[in-house]
Write a protein that binds this ligand. Sequence first.
Ligand code: SF4
Ligand code: SF4
Ligand SMILES: [Zn+2]
Length: 138
Amino acid sequence: MSTSVKFDRSMIAPCGMNCGTCIAYLRDKNKCCGCCPDSGFKPNHCAQCRIKNCDLLEKTTSKFCYDCEKFPCQRLKQLDKRYRTKYKTSFIQNLLTIKETGITNFLAFESKRRTCPNCGSIVSVHRDNCQTCNYELN
Ligand code: SF4
Ligand code: SF4
Ligand SMILES: [Zn+2]
């Protein structure tokens, strides 16, 4: 199945999370608008996120944590560890990929790895199976 790019820059949070793959973004009810947009519904833990609201982030050119003098700070390392352990995804690696290969390449990479090989739907980073066809990913 061919894969087209399904995400855009506005979906990628400063920490390296692809909000386009978040279960809160993909659901129909109480859908989150994603980290980057300033208006729209977000759950409290993301509306009050200490990374998104970090003073040092504001000073960066790219608005990604990789541009920060403290990268990777303790806060980011903790989040990275949680996602590596629970969801087999490293935000620090995501950020380094964006820094080294560019956002367009990263979006294409994300589209490839988050597309269900069976039905072509987006598979959430928070799930091991496709929510549309139930295909199990390894
Ligand atoms: S809940 Fe948080 S991580 Fe998920 S889409 Fe919203 S801002 Fe992004
Ligand atoms: S890496 Fe820098 S910009 Fe990102 S949360 Fe840490 S201190 Fe803030
Ligand atoms: Zn599927």
